[in-house]
Design a protein around this ligand. Structure first.
Ligand code: 26Q
Length: 808
């Protein structure tokens, strides 16, 4: 949109008056934030309604991205940017003596996700809107987001994230669009006189699902899509009399039970947790979403047979898998379709993304639990399973054990990934390697049955948030050097390649990096009280804490350097600042021990005069989207060191690359494609190959104790964990030692240790030659355009959803 500074100032003053009955001059930063937020929401509103009308008018196919997490990050900055008024507003506010940055800091970062999967959903929302793809989000409006992390005495402490305490300016509550979701009761097929079977569901509890809509603003294209998040509320007291009657006390506890559905985000992003409440959450937002989509479709007046041509529902991991039986239920029980037709429509509508090959994360629900909570849905799943098995009766070339292994229901469980593959027309992995592993390992038998369903869609990140917003100085340098076409067409970042040897561009890149490092150093000083030198190498690993991500490998290398520094007079190294940020799932004991270890190591290294400030170790608490926006632009080394085959894709690797960091990586996930894009001289690769890892997992033969006994560096490092050399980690040091030696080092930390050390040394040598380093940084920035989520969502639109982009 176009607006003058003068008009904006007027609007802002007026908004302040109407909200707080006071002048801007007399307002606090918080009041300024709310006035500005509500004003920006007004600016958005007009095109929000228009976008919906435009989609309707052209009969566009709509995509609904179902995800149990959306990790949006703050919205004021990105909405101003995407509306195209950020500079105007910034200038106008400056003239009024107001710093936009100070106002933006008031916004609470809505943490409605754990990590990669939730952030991917948010990046996709931004990219769909920005590319005119009619794509909307469907999820849960958790009252409490992911816990806030505090570090106390080196340990992680979790505090509730009450992000809605003050108003959320971006959402609109739509009580008139509330729908009812049914839980519990009994379901069966009742035989009629004509021999037909009618589904019956009685004795259910009804929960009211109330939608809150948040606009998703496209980049300078007038498109506003919608993120719809559902909140659970008590319907009316008489529509589900609580057990024990409707006394005041019973009603209160009943209300609490209902509201608990959308109360809190599960903080575990790796281990599947078979809690009833989680299953409730899944069905709750899925049923509300599918009901609404069907209602809206019917308003078009088209025959139901065309549903799949007008609607695509995307299932983000298996958490929304019950969308498949729910659509079947609505088409049959409510709309009267036959099974075959309902099934054809359902498969045409649904598509599914897999995000993990770790078996402990695969969702499966006990049949009994499903029968209790979702009796009608279970009947449908049982029928899908029965027909699936039956479809093989005539095939002679299929082994019965294959049918049993791929069935949806077996061993007393409902396997959600199997439901998704059988019930949809597309399943994709999130990086080339990951998709190949799905095809040849984890889902091999499904791949043989349905090769045409499998495809890859490598993840991406929005370059608007992760470059334009997070690194405005780099963005400005790009504009100046190669023009601003990269903002709309991120692959135009390629144009920067010509400047990789350019003195001026090189020194500008280095200057901007130093400025970003200096800002981060100030933050570290303020938060952790640690002095770090902005001229040291900033080496960063930020992501969820998980054994397979191997923060431990990073920490053991630091410990190695520390031991060398204090014992070996010959040893020399460039000064380095190691920065970590990571939340551990509250119940993940081992991950928490690693946090403690890193903090204890930092405490000791940072204060040991013999280190002479060559090493600083910083653990930044409460890592999340907002912190990432400051940390990533300051990085020089991007640690992407997961055990090969374990990280499906990774996305922080892409964010770092786009900001000119050099990736230190295993050939895992999307690192493989980063290597392909940037070329071997511009990335540092180490570690086991896919084949080596798979061989060990299949045939065994790895013996970590042998490495401990044969490699004196490993011995020295591990011994120092348990001999008191590192203070204050008696328990943690022993447990970590045991995991690496007694339990044979599941993630090959020791196996890769030597190769990692060598890679770290190569990196240091490269850094000594600033010309080479800057050239590498420029190569990385200019090769990062394919990792824009714009590219990814266009591939989804063309290859899976069959949706068009509408003209701007
Ligand atoms: C499931 C059941 C019960 C409770 C929690 C969960 C649950 C919640 C979140 C399981 C998994 C997650 C999140 C997984 C995740 O973030 N995976 C990451 O997805 C990224 C985007 O595709 C990839 O880049 C990462 O490699 C992958 O680890």
């Amino acid at each position: 949109m176009i607006i003058s500074k003068a008009q904006f100032k007027k609007d802002f003053q007026k908004k302040m008056l109407s909200l707080y009955s006071q002048e801007v001059e007399d307002s606090s930063n918080s009041e300024k934030y709310f006035a500005l937020g509500y004003l920006v929401k007004d600016y958005i509103s007009e095109n929000w309604a228009k976008t919906a009308r435009k989609y309707e008018k052209y009969g566009e196919k709509q995509v609904y991205y179902f995800s149990i997490e959306f990790l949006l990050g703050r919205l004021l900055g990105s909405n101003l940017l995407n509306l195209g008024i950020r500079n105007t507003v910034n200038d106008a506010l400056t003239e009024m003596g107001i710093d936009l940055n100070d106002i933006e800091k008031i916004e609470v970062d809505p943490g409605l996700g754990n990590g990669g999967l939730g952030r991917l959903a948010a990046c996709f929302m931004d990219s769909m809107a920005s590319n005119g793809i009619p794509g909307h989000g469907n999820g849960i409006r958790y009252k409490y987001g992911l816990f806030q992390q505090k570090i106390v005495g080196g340990y992680q402490i979790e505090l509730p994230e009450n992000w809605l305490r003050d108003a959320n300016v971006w959402e609109v509550r739509k009580p008139d669009h509330a729908v009812k979701v049914r839980f519990y009761g009994d379901a069966w097929m009742k035989p009629e006189e004509d021999g037909e079977l009618t589904p019956i569901h009685t004795g259910y509890q009804e929960v009211l699902a109330v939608p809150y809509d948040t606009p998703l603003v496209g980049y300078e294209n007038k498109t506003i899509n919608t993120l719809r998040l559902w909140s659970a509320e008590i319907d009316s007291v008489d529509s589900g009399i609580p057990a024990g009657g409707s006394s005041f006390r019973n009603v209160l506890s009943y209300k609490r039970e209902i509201e608990s559905i959308s109360e809190v985000l599960y903080p575990d992003d790796s281990n599947y947790e078979g809690r009833l409440l989680r299953l409730k959450q899944e069905y709750f937002f899925v049923s509300a979403g599918v009901q609404t989509i069907l209602k809206q479709f019917k308003e078009l007046g088209l025959p139901l047979s065309e549903f799949g041509e007008k609607v695509a529902i995307h299932i983000n991991d298996t958490h929304p898998a019950v969308a498949i039986p729910e659509l079947m239920r609505l088409l049959m029980d409510e709309e009267g379709l036959e099974w075959e037709e309902a099934w054809r429509i359902t498969q045409a509508t649904m598509s599914y993304t897999n995000h993990t090959i770790m078996s402990e994360a695969l969702e499966k629900w006990p049949i009994d639990m499903m029968k209790q909570l979702l009796p009608r849905i279970l009947l449908i799943i049982q029928e899908i399973d029965r027909r699936y098995r039956e479809s093989f009766v005539l095939s002679t070339d299929i082994n019965p054990s294959v049918i049993e292994r791929t069935a949806i229901i077996s061993d007393g469980y409902v396997k959600m990934a199997h439901l998704c593959i059988i019930g949809s027309h597309s399943i994709n992995g999130v990086a080339k390697l990951h998709t190949e592993l799905l095809k040849k390992q984890e889902l091999k038998e499904f791949y043989q049955l349905y090769p045409y369903k499998f495809n890859n869609k490598t993840n991406g990140i929005t370059h608007r948030r992760w470059l334009m917003l997070a690194n405005p100085e780099l963005a400005a340098l790009l504009d100046k050097t190669i023009g601003d076409s990269w903002r709309r067409n991120p692959q135009d970042l390629k144009l920067l390649k010509r400047y990789k040897r350019d003195d001026n561009v090189q020194s500008e890149i280095q200057r901007i990096k130093l400025a970003n490092k200096t800002r981060l150093a100030e933050y570290i000083k303020a938060k952790n009280g640690i002095t770090v030198d902005p001229n040291s190498i900033f080496d960063i690993q930020v992501k969820r804490l998980h054994a397979y991500k191997r923060q431990l490998l990073n920490a053991l290398h630091i410990l190695y350097q520390y031991i060398e520094l204090v014992t070996n007079p010959e040893f020399d190294m460039l000064p380095r600042t190691y920065i970590f940020g990571a939340k551990a799932a509250p119940g993940y004991y081992y991950a928490k021990e690693i946090i403690k270890f890193i903090n204890a190591l930092g405490e000791q290294v940072n204060n040991d005069p013999r280190v002479k400030d060559k090493i600083k170790v910083v653990f930044l608490e409460n890592y999340g989207v907002t912190l990432a926006e400051m940390i990533i632009p300051a990085a020089e080394v991007s640690e992407q060191i997961s055990t090969t085959t374990k990280e499906a894709s990774g996305t922080s690797n892409m964010k770092f690359m786009m900001n000119g960091a050099i990736t230190l990586a295993t050939l895992d996930g999307a690192n493989v494609e980063i290597l392909e894009e940037v070329g071997a001289p511009n990335i540092v690769i180490f570690g086991m190959s896919e084949q080596e890892v798979l061989n060990y997992y299949r045939n065994g033969g790895y013996n970590s104790r042998e490495l401990y006994n044969s490699d004196p560096r490993i011995k020295a490092v591990l011994d120092s964990l348990v001999n008191g050399f590192i203070k204050d980690i008696a328990t943690e040091g022993r447990d970590i030692f045991m995991s690496l030696i007694d339990y044979n080092d599941e993630f090959f930390v020791l196996k890769d240790f030597d190769s990692y050390l060598a890679a770290q040394k190569r990196l240091e040598d490269l850094y000594k030659d600033r010309f080479t380093w800057n050239k590498m940084a420029i190569e990385n920035i200019s090769s990062s355009g394919v990792f824009s989520a714009d590219v990814t969502v266009k591939q989804y639109a063309a290859g899976i959803w069959d949706t068009r982009m509408i003209e701007r």
